[in-house]
Unconditional design. Structure first.
Length: 550
């Protein structure tokens, strides 16, 4: 029996022998039992001609022409074993015979001529597509494998994810279609490899069934959300997703939509994706978690965010934690890969709003002023926070309040109309104070670049509380504001406030902030949305929200 490397398989389910020829040519000779065709591939002229031949079958590698073939390698591991044409030189149009191996951690393409190979790590694999092409009058199918590698074009720019593709050719549409489906399923879920053998045995590779419900706020941020979607939507298609696109027309449109859509329709979507800042995700989360069937639908549907606003704190925090580029392409890559992670949320309450769900933060005093009073500067995009931040640091206000915190898990919030029982749940009281800065964070970043809470994680079961009292002086607020862009207001080793910093830091599981003499607290910013009240309280809800992340 001849070695496997000397044979290739064409789309007519017949085995052909590779015979080296002169002038950079390869003869592929038929070795099937009955009268068959012989194909002659000329690398330099890029054409295929047919001649008749009758040879005895010597070697058969495949059981079905439409399905990939799985074998055990020398280490005993199962691999997909497909033989393909790989186009290496686009200018000269040369095609060489290669072997496609799909392994547990990567895809490998090996040359049958010189043993060279190309490897694609699972982490970089995006998806696949195919199209019909005509080569010298012979119809074959080009299958493209798409990659998104993390790289930077020069040492002067930050890392990003860049799209590229590897193109190869198979002889039948059914083979191209099955390989595409296999790669799409494998790219989304590495563990799918463990069930590939069963799918191939049953001669049925499942379609990649994922659909997305996409919301775009066309006037959010600097108004570029629609353009950003147009820039990356093809990447989701390469990954195998289909989607329904909804352009929001008014405030709380997305909230109403996800709150009222029947559950059987909603769970058909693998995820809800927004192209926006943090406002649309805030609407959607509150719409979902105020449904009567919230436990069911929220266990089935994940949230994804493509940065299209001015803050984008949620997606930038997720990307920061997994060391992915904080870019539109980096966020798209996360959704394409399809991995899901559980995230904490904060359940908050005011007297006028008995239940507000937050994934981001509660800001009061300086930060709330900067966030909410810079709305008229939205045309500056992210710069609006810098401009208003400098202004408010120079012209400061004072805010008075009483604070209660605990590191105990609460099954429910206390009655907001009743005083806190200090003994119950080990509450700590910070008696009446005048505050300059007050922030409760569920995530590390409050913008793309401001690392306000470097110790916070999206699923650590705690809120990060930071506040600065007015007695600390004007200079401390300026120093704090300058340092939290880089996170240098914390010592990296001790994870405590850095030397010279005068702010207070706590990790808590519940809190209450109330005004003095039942006066209004002033502006409160919950996930960037404006609220007012004389009292607000909240508790952590561990690992309750599903988001696209590793």
């Amino acid at each position: 029996m001849q070695s496997e490397a000397n044979y290739v398989r064409m789309g007519d389910n017949k085995q052909y022998q590779i015979v080296p020829d002169q002038e950079n040519q390869i003869n592929i000779q038929n070795t099937a039992l009955s009268t068959q065709n012989q194909f002659h591939i000329n690398h330099s002229e890029n054409h295929i001609s047919e001649v008749n031949d009758n040879r005895e079958k010597q070697y058969l590698n495949y059981s079905n022409e439409n399905f990939p073939f799985m074998v055990q390698d020398k280490n005993g591991s199962y691999v997909i074993n497909e033989q393909i044409y790989l186009k290496l030189d686009k200018k000269e149009g040369k095609k060489f015979e290669w072997k496609l191996l799909i392994e547990k951690e990567k895809i490998v393409m090996k040359s049958l001529i010189d043993n060279s190979q190309i490897e694609v790590n699972w982490q970089d694999l995006l998806g696949a597509s195919y199209q019909q092409v005509n080569v010298g009058g012979h119809i074959i199918y080009k299958l493209s494998i798409y990659l998104m590698k993390k790289d930077r074009k020069t040492c002067y720019v930050a890392y990003n994810r860049y799209l590229s593709s590897l193109d190869f050719y198979v002889e039948t549409e059914s083979r191209a279609q099955n390989l595409k489906k296999l790669i799409q399923n494998y790219a989304r879920n590495k563990s799918y490899f463990d069930q590939i053998q069963q799918d191939l045995h049953q001669k049925k590779i499942p379609d990649f069934p994922k659909k997305l419900l996409v919301f775009i706020n066309p006037v959010g941020g600097d108004g570029s959300a629609q353009k950003k979607w147009n820039k990356i939507s093809h990447l989701l298609e390469y990954a195998g997703y289909t989607y329904l696109l909804v352009l929001t027309k008014y405030k709380d449109h997305a909230h109403q939509y996800v709150n009222e859509i029947p559950a059987e329709q909603l769970i058909q979507y693998a995820g809800i994706v927004t192209v926006s800042g943090d406002g649309l995700p805030h609407e959607i989360v509150n719409g979902l978690f105020k449904r009567a069937d919230k436990d069911f639908v929220c266990s089935k549907v994940a949230l994804g965010v493509l940065p299209g606003g001015s803050g984008n704190a949620l997606i930038n925090s997720i990307l920061h934690e997994i060391n992915e580029p904080k870019t539109l392409e980096g966020a798209t890559y996360l959704i394409c890969k399809g991995s899901i992670k559980d995230m904490d949320m904060i359940q908050m309450q005011t007297k006028a709003n008995p239940c507000i769900y937050s994934f981001l933060s509660l800001a009061w005093a300086y930060i709330a002023d900067v966030d909410l009073n810079s709305e008229h500067l939205r045309f500056l995009a992210r710069l609006r926070f810098d401009v208003m931040g400098v202004y408010r640091a120079l012209f400061q206000k004072k805010y008075s309040g009483v604070l209660y915190t605990t590191d105990e898990d609460l099954q429910q919030l206390p009655d907001i109309n009743q005083p806190i029982d200090i003994q119950q749940n080990r509450w700590e009281e910070v008696k009446e104070r005048s505050f300059k800065y007050f922030m409760i964070m569920n995530v590390p970043l409050i913008t793309q670049k401001d690392l306000n809470a470097p110790n916070a994680h999206i699923n650590d079961g705690f809120m990060d509380l930071q506040y600065l009292e007015s007695s600390k002086g004007w200079g401390q607020l300026v120093k704090y504001a300058l340092n939290f862009q880089s996170g240098s207001h914390f010592d990296k080793k001790t994870q405590l406030p850095a030397s010279g910093q005068k702010f207070t830091y706590k990790r808590v599981k519940a809190f209450r902030l109330q005004s003095v003499n039942q006066q209004d607290l002033g502006l409160l910013s919950i996930d960037g949305e404006s609220y007012t009240s004389d009292v607000i309280q909240g508790r952590i809800l561990p690992s309750i929200l599903k988001v696209f992340s590793f």
